[in-house]
Write a protein that binds this ligand. Structure first.
Ligand SMILES: [Zn+2]
Length: 67
């Protein structure tokens, strides 16, 4: 089950919620200020592209390849 990251547009609070496909559109409240319009962000692993390579000696994980 995916974990979505949210960032409150009001107070900047960032939090994570584990959401199923069916309730992703439910109303979400910021746990800090209660604003109901948090902006959804995605963590790095949220794309699913890199997950399949976990555990293999992938060169993408080698240090010093950012340049
Ligand atoms: Zn907030």
């Amino acid at each position: 089950m995916p974990i979505y990251e949210y960032e409150c547009v009001d107070c900047g609070e960032r939090f994570e919620l584990r959401r199923g496909m069916t309730d992703k559109d439910d109303e979400i409240e910021c746990p800090r200020c209660g604003t109901k319009k948090p902006r959804r962000t995605f963590s790095a692993f949220g794309t699913g592209a890199s997950e399949s390579t976990v555990g293999s000696p992938s060169e993408s994980c080698a240090p010093g390849r950012f340049t």
